[in-house]
Design a protein around this ligand. Structure first.
Ligand SMILES: [Zn+2]
Length: 219
């Protein structure tokens, strides 16, 4: 492994994750969240839907609410910092004003220094609503888009977060909490580790997650 030449430490203390659905935040930035928890950052996580309408048959409707609590605990984020909302999956565009109003109220309550949300190239309609309304609500704040390759039309890899083996192991464990999603390709250890390796190789370290810089504010 090549020696690391310079490291920019993340100085933001208060971080807010906007996840359209339960598990989007863990997939998109679970490794970075674990790293920042270990560094003592204050992290808040909002999931806008627990997708009750698309839970696999035979499972309780609210299973994702239980699973996200376990996943968030695994990452080390306090459960008091998790907010679970009930917008109907695939129908966020028709609730966009209510989502924006909610985001504005949360902005005033939490006042985050960094916001993580889906990328501007994410094609899922619910994810698009979160990025569009998220930009409106948080445009005076630094904002980065996380990577979900199966949704993204393109992706600008213009910010990288170095990760260690233990961050990846915790990300995998957090995603394993979502037993209701276990049939999906992108939930496998192999996929999570391989993507983190690809992003690591781009910057000469073992593992990384990459982000699209949507807005960067330096005070
Ligand atoms: Zn989603």
């Amino acid at each position: 492994m090549t020696a690391i030449r310079s490291i920019e430490k993340m100085t933001f203390r208060k971080i807010l994750v906007l996840a359209p659905h339960t598990d989007d935040g863990e997939f998109g930035c679970g490794g970075a969240l674990r790293k920042w928890v270990k560094e003592g950052k204050e992290i808040y996580y909002i999931a806008f839907s627990s997708a009750e309408q698309s839970v696999p048959q035979g499972m309780p409707d609210d299973i994702l609410k239980k699973e996200i609590r376990e996943a968030i605990k695994e990452l080390g984020i306090p459960l008091d910092n998790l907010i679970l909302l009930d917008y109907p999956v695939r129908n966020f565009p028709s609730h966009r004003q209510s989502i924006l109003d909610y985001m504005i109220s949360i902005r005033d309550q939490i006042n985050p220094e960094l916001v993580l949300l889906p990328s501007t190239n994410d094609t899922h309609q619910d994810h698009q609503t979160i990025i569009q309304e998220g930009f409106r609500a948080f445009k005076q704040t630094s904002m980065i888009g996380y990577e979900m390759p199966w949704n993204n039309l393109n992706f600008s890899t213009n910010l990288f977060v170095f990760l260690e083996e233990n961050h990846i192991v915790t990300k995998i464990k957090a995603l394993k909490c979502y037993k209701s999603q276990s049939g999906k390709d992108y939930t496998t250890d192999d996929f999570i580790r391989s993507l983190a390796r690809v992003r690591g190789v781009q910057i000469g370290v073992e593992y990384a997650e990459t982000f699209e810089v949507i807005r960067w504010v330096i005070r």
